[in-house]
Design a protein around this ligand. Structure first.
Ligand SMILES: [Fe+2]
Ligand SMILES: [Fe+2]
Length: 165
């Protein structure tokens, strides 16, 4: 049966999806932090773990300010991205190669989140959720900053490999 969907429904769906994604990430980032050899990379994952916990709370605030209710659902995209990261941890021994893989896996996650929050901001704006959009933008900026930080690690990882060769 075809369900009639409104833009509001879409907003709720997307927000519920990223809520699930963030919750899954809190566990995954702890794993990434443990798997990383480079202490700075490990710390970066830990810092983003703390940020992510704040982002989950921020979604609760968005829900309140928009007067909506989240649906119970699982973000299968994030589940897959996390699974790919886990495969790397299972297959590669601890060291610079695994670190480079972890950075790549984490950047895929950040790009997913950037796309999700970017779309939520655009749709939320259309719906007139000014306060909610402000909160979502704050998270979007954190995701972008994390992605940039990871890019620096990616470049340094490449240099370390080249130096070792
Ligand atoms: Fe996040
Ligand atoms: Fe993130």
């Amino acid at each position: 049966m075809v369900q009639r969907k409104t833009v509001d429904d879409l907003f709720v769906h997307m927000l519920s999806d990223i809520y699930s994604a963030e919750k899954q990430l809190t566990k995954a980032l702890a794993k990434l932090s443990r798997a990383a050899s480079n202490p700075q990379l490990s710390d970066a994952f830990k810092t983003h773990l703390e940020e992510t916990q704040g982002q989950v709370e921020r979604i609760d605030q968005v829900v309140e300010s928009c007067g909506i209710r989240l649906k119970r659902m699982k973000c299968v995209a994030m589940e897959g991205l996390i699974e790919e990261g886990q495969e790397l941890i299972d297959e590669i021994e601890k060291g610079p190669v695994l670190d480079a893989g972890l950075v790549a896996a984490a950047q895929k996650v950040e790009h997913y989140e950037i796309a999700a929050y970017g779309s939520l901001c655009a749709i939320g704006k259309q719906l007139g959720f000014a306060e909610g959009v402000k909160l979502l933008k704050a998270t979007l900026e954190e995701e972008k900053a994390t992605d940039l930080k990871l890019s620096e690690f990616a470049e340094k990882a490449g240099n370390a490999q080249a130096a070792a060769a």
